[in-house]
Design a protein around this ligand. Structure first.
Ligand code: 1GP
Length: 236
């Protein structure tokens, strides 16, 4: 399952948060398709590699979502590179990535890299503020999705509601827009019903914060997503 096209559900772990070995074991053996390590604040080489080493004891893909050039570590199965499409500044779309490639280009295995067209939709999210986003309206999001698929030909379009449950109607509209680019949804999933609702439309569901607040509910989202996808006719 090292091909993202086969994934339905992933957990995102924040290297700046603490998780016990017992909880980590439950997360990694839950049946989720992959673990993404990523966060906005306090991401360091040390906390990334510490969590990487702990996750790699388990037999599932371990992905680094790169948010800080200082915290890029070798040995991940995949590297997710966000391009923040609704940032006001090209810095978050081009410049930080350019700097990273300039520094590490010779070491990068390009096949392991997955570029994400990131659209941040929660104005209260740390990532929204950090990357100087503006809030896109319905037509804006649709155009970003079209650009991700047709202009940039990105493998992933990520509707990022981090910390807030998004609008399923909007996710549905964007899903109908995309044919080749995979739709990833993340944000505010705090029940199996919400996981189910979003997985009807999105190809991949990302579950983050609830891992730290209510592990039991977090674990239930795996089965919720998997059973919804089975009903829809297997993995998309
Ligand atoms: C954050 O999209 C992920 O990058 C998941 O969001 O933490 O709100 O679940 P939550």
């Amino acid at each position: 399952m090292y091909n993202i096209n086969e994934w339905d559900h992933v957990f995102k772990l924040d290297p700046n948060k603490t998780i016990t070995d017992r909880d980590l074991q439950a997360v990694c053996t839950s049946g989720t398709d992959a673990i993404i390590i990523g966060g906005t604040d306090g991401v360091t080489f040390e906390n990334v590699t510490d969590l990487q080493e702990r996750v790699q004891r388990y037999d599932l893909p371990c992905v680094l979502e790169v948010s800080d050039i200082e915290a890029i570590a070798p040995g991940f199965d995949k590297y997710f590179i966000p391009l923040v499409l609704n940032s006001q500044y090209k810095r978050w779309m081009l410049d930080v990535q350019h700097q990273a490639v300039k520094e590490y280009g010779d070491l990068i295995d390009w096949d392991d890299m997955v570029t994400e067209g990131y659209c941040v939709l929660n104005p209260e999210a740390k990532v929204f503020k950090k990357t100087d986003c503006t809030l896109p309206d319905k037509q804006d999001v649709q155009a970003y999705a079209q650009m991700a698929e047709h202009v940039f030909r990105l493998p992933v379009f990520y509707m990022e509601y981090s910390g807030m449950y998004g609008d399923p109607e909007r996710v549905k509209e964007i899903a109908s827009e995309l044919k080749h680019t995979k739709l990833v949804y993340g944000g505010g999933i705090r029940s199996r019903e919400q996981a189910q609702e979003m997985s009807v439309y999105a190809d991949v569901i990302v579950v983050g914060n609830v891992i730290y607040d209510n592990l039991e509910v977090a674990l239930q989202t795996v089965e919720a997503v998997k059973s919804t996808k089975m009903k829809d006719g297997g993995p998309s």
